[in-house]
Design a binder for this molecule. Structure first.
Ligand SMILES: NC(=O)c1ccc[n+]([C@@H]2O[C@H](COP(=O)([O-])OP(=O)(O)OC[C@H]3O[C@@H](n4cnc5c(N)ncnc54)[C@H](OP(=O)(O)O)[C@@H]3O)[C@@H](O)[C@H]2O)c1
Length: 243
């Protein structure tokens, strides 16, 4: 009897790194359910690009700032089958100094960058255990070494690393849980940063002097998720910025 196809859930697949994850997963034979917040046309483009690769991707509009969005994404995915891979990619990189930071902005970053990944892991735990699956959390080098974006981003991305290691213990031996920590990646999030800061980071902090492409990150992330002995690891993909 033929093996059922593997199903991946990827958050934030409408553009940037998330879109690259959807396309890479499709090329590796996964059916994909991915979420986006509001950019319907971009999400439709991802579906179209996946189809052109012979893959099947379904988009779900779900605002992960609240738990209803988490439940919406989970219920669409559950209707498609058992999930083998969860990629917690969606995130916001709002930039604030401590003076500028409001309680509301802090709560928003915590909700999207940390609470949603945690509760998606809870939603898919039974599937991932049954399928001996994997979770990949997309952190940031700012979560490892402190962030240029300020407290909300730095703390939530560091929190995601704590979540990764905790789930790697809690869900072992059935589920592997790992994180990647990219440096600059050529997406809207990076290009929204002050160009002077971009230049400074590239010239002074990046030995490889190279901005990663979303496809590089997706390929590495799915490779790591397939390593049978890797769980609880954090892989820096930042051009040698942190050694
Ligand atoms: N780019 C970098 O330099 C870099 C470096 C290190 C780490 N990262 C991390 O990599 C991940 C992806 O980054 P990116 O650069 O690809 O980001 P991006 O281009 O800004 O794309 C963000 C994605 O997340 C979705 N999203 C944003 N807010 C959401 C919400 N409230 N609910 C649901 N989905 C939401 C967006 O949906 P819509 O399209 O509908 O808005 C979009 O699909 C993030 O976690 C980021 O922190 C990025």
């Amino acid at each position: 009897m033929a093996e059922p196809r593997r199903l991946a859930v990827i958050t934030g697949g409408s553009r940037g790194i998330g879109r690259a994850f959807v396309l890479e997963a499709a090329q590796r034979g996964y059916d994909v359910v991915f979420s986006y917040r509001s950019r319907e046309a971009d999400a439709a483009k991802t579906v179209e690009l996946a189809a052109a690769l012979g893959g099947q991707a379904n988009s779900v509009c779900a605002d992960l700032e609240n738990l209803e969005g988490v439940h919406t994404l989970a219920s669409v995915a559950h209707a498609k089958g058992e999930v083998s891979l969860l990629v917690n990619n969606a995130g916001i990189g709002e930039e604030f100094t401590l003076e500028e930071l409001t309680r509301e902005a802090w709560e928003r970053s915590v909700a999207i960058n940390l609470t949603a990944p945690t509760f998606l892991a809870k939603e898919f735990k039974a599937d991932l255990v049954a399928r001996r699956g994997a979770i990949l959390n997309v952190s940031s080098d700012g979560g490892v070494a402190g962030s240029l974006h300020g407290a909300a981003y730095g703390a939530t991305k560091a929190g995601l690393i704590g979540l990764t290691k905790t789930l790697a213990r809690e869900l072992a031996p059935h589920v592997r849980c790992n994180a990647i920590a990219p440096g600059p990646v050529a997406t809207e999030m990076w290009f929204a940063i002050d160009p002077a800061v971009q230049q400074q980071v590239m010239e002074r902090e990046m030995p490889l002097k190279r901005i990663a492409q979303p496809e590089d990150i997706a390929r590495a992330g799915l490779d790591i998720s397939s390593w049978p002995d890797a769980s609880g690891i954090v892989v820096l993909l930042d051009g040698g910025r942190i050694m």
